[in-house]
Ligand binder design. Structure first.
Ligand code: NAD
Ligand code: ZN
Length: 233
């Protein structure tokens, strides 16, 4: 597997954290922890019921204290430490399990539970505990802080950096994501376009499976350590 591979981009989704005990986005009932995605994950929802949206992310933030990284997060952190070429782990997850496992070359394209964002000046601050809807930004004093989560219809973070990494990639791996949320779902096509190898690891076939050269089906806690052993020889 590792011959000719120097630069790697890894995309992770809610599936990599499922075995740590965090619910995926769309459970079997089509809901995220009992809520319709439209009710907690859009700018309209925040405008309509700021209390509900803050409470929802307060609960998700509190839950982080009850979970720990699993073997898949640990394996990616080991790869990050050992891999001599370029590596970028792009996570759609808003949990902090990759960094708690020790990953450094990581970016959160959809924001982070442990961060609060000022809607007026764009300043983000580290946040722990509940985020009261009336917390005013200390930077500009103008607006209330909101959860630093990229809602549907908003631009994900660091798209230029992700695009540059994809264009240099020799291998693109997608782990535990349904391939339903764009632009992340389109990364595989950019990677293929530049001739990178493409590999999907997921519990079951995703909406985008057919774009990948290779798909391996199973739990991330088994498939990710196996892949990392292959890559590190
Ligand atoms: P998703 O819920 O749409 O899809 C999860 C995928 O993971 C599914 O295809 C499922 O088959 C697979 N999966 C489930 N258990 C798995 C396991 N043990 N091993 C491997 N694969 C497994 O998630 P998504 O594609 O990441 O959706 C994107 C949105 O969900 C993001 O915007 C993200 O912010 C949000 N989200 C994040 C978290 C988190 O941070 N942990 C949790 C829920 C939702
Ligand atoms: Zn501000």
């Amino acid at each position: 597997m590792n011959e000719d591979i120097r630069n790697i981009v890894i995309l992770t989704g809610a599936g990599i954290s499922a075995e740590s005990g965090l619910a995926t986005f769309r459970g079997p009932d089509g809901l995220w922890e009992g809520h319709r995605v439209e009710d907690v994950c859009t700018p309209e929802a925040l405008a309509r019921d700021v209390g509900l949206v803050h409470r929802f992310y307060d609960e998700r933030r509190a839950k982080l204290a009850e979970v720990v990284p699993n073997a898949a997060h640990e394996a990616l952190a080991a790869l990050d430490r050992a891999w001599a070429g370029d590596l970028l782990i792009v996570t759609q997850n808003v949990d902090d399990l990759h960094e708690r496992a020790g990953a450094r070359r990581l970016l959160h394209m959809h924001g982070e539970l442990k961060s609060a964002l000022c809607a007026a000046c764009g300043k983000a601050v580290a946040w722990a505990g509940p985020l009261p809807p009336a917390s005013i930004c200390e930077g500009c004093g103008r607006a209330a802080l909101r959860p630093d989560i990229v809602f549907f219809g908003e631009m994900p973070y660091e798209m230029d950096r992700i695009d540059t990494a994809l264009r240099d990639a020799d291998l693109f791996v997608s782990i535990g994501t349904s391939g339903a949320v764009y632009p992340a779902a389109g990364f595989v096509q950019t990677a293929r376009h530049v001739g990178a190898r493409t590999l999907e690891l997921n519990l079951d076939p995703s909406a985008g499976s057919f774009y990948f050269e290779e798909s391996r089906m199973g739990p991330a806690s088994e498939l990710v350590p196996e892949l990392v052993w292959e890559l590190l020889g």
